[in-house]
Design a protein around this ligand. Sequence first.
Ligand code: PLP
Length: 436
Amino acid sequence: QPDDSDLDQLARTLDAAHVFHSWSAQGVKSALTIAGGKGVRVWDHAGRDYLDFSSQLVNTNIGHQHPVVVEAIREQASLLTTIAPSTVNLARGEAAKRIAGRAPEGFEKVFFTNGGADANENAIRLARLYTGRDKILSTYRSYHGNTGAAIVSTGDWRRVPNEFARGHVHFFGPYLYRSEFWAETPEQESERALRHLRRVIESEGPASIAAILLETIPGTAGILLPPPGYLEGVRELATEHGILLILDEVMAGFGRTGEWFAFDAYDVRPDLITFAKGVNSGYIPVGGVVIDDPIAHAFDERVFPGGLTYSGHPLAMASIVATQDAMESEGIVANAKRVGAEAIAPGLAGLAAKHDVIGEVRGTGVFHAMELVADRASRAPLPAADMARIKGALVERGLLPFVQDNRIHVVPPCVVTDADVAEALAIYDDVLATAL
Ligand code: PLP
């Protein structure tokens, strides 16, 4: 790449003057300018490249600039760049068919949105309309997006300044390492978390609850794999009380866990599935809801009161078709599963054996986390200042990390190789040994 510090300076000047950034005080500037990327790497204007072990916001599942997908977008752009959602469009039908084809039998229809938040927004709307009920139950350790109902369904700190939607109730999901239930085994955690949820449902009044909204594997909250029986138990509780189950697969879906949908690894059938991110690696903003047939058919005669100008946007649709086909023909989901099991999991276990600062490692596929602690016995989270130092040192050594609270999430694209993982592990190892 050409060395062009002028472009870097221009990018920084324009950004500082005109760009209002997400989730941050505007006086704090990003240290990083990214000019281009390919596969698992991105680079700045000066030609310095970085190994992307964040997949940006855990979305570039096929890596950056996959040539087949870029070409499909180019082709669609030359044919038809935009069209109203009420029209019939071939690319839209092809995209919906592929997504529905990955869902369990009996899910035929897809409603397309602009991203993950409005996917959840519309799943919640569908659940309320279908059940005639109101409340949405979701966990404190969750992120569901930054719009009306989605941000209030979210459990983490981002909900609190945004609590303007009504009808939302939160509960604690399982998280054995920091158990809310004094559990010592995964079985205890599962059983007690289910008992807690049952009590919440009973206390809220089951007939007032439209849906339970869960990330199949809570992602930003810490890659919290559900213990044995938990998702199955939630499904049973929901069914017992006529409550719908919405599984949020926005981050976990489309290869991230080494499965097409994360829930494929569990014996659970949701009523509504939300997706975004990995469905097309974020090349064009898109998301959606996959709808169980009885719910979809409830709107055969009745009007669905929801829509978006860009629902089923042709560029997004073409990118979904090409992404899905590339993931299938190149074995990208199987690669995520293999690299996760053979390189990432043992590699992180090795780091944990070496560095006391690692309290726990967990994950599946290309969806892993290292939880860093000040003290292994008390499990006190590593302070924010130390996490910031670690993050800075990782970037300094050429690795783009996903750092959240006291955790490093190891979330490379699904196309990552064993050699990339070895390179990343060496950087984590070095930084954990020297940065604190
Ligand atoms: N749901 C989950 C599980 C997510 O991780 C995210 C984003 O990180 C969202 C929903 C929101 O998606 P978007 O940012 O595309 O609106």
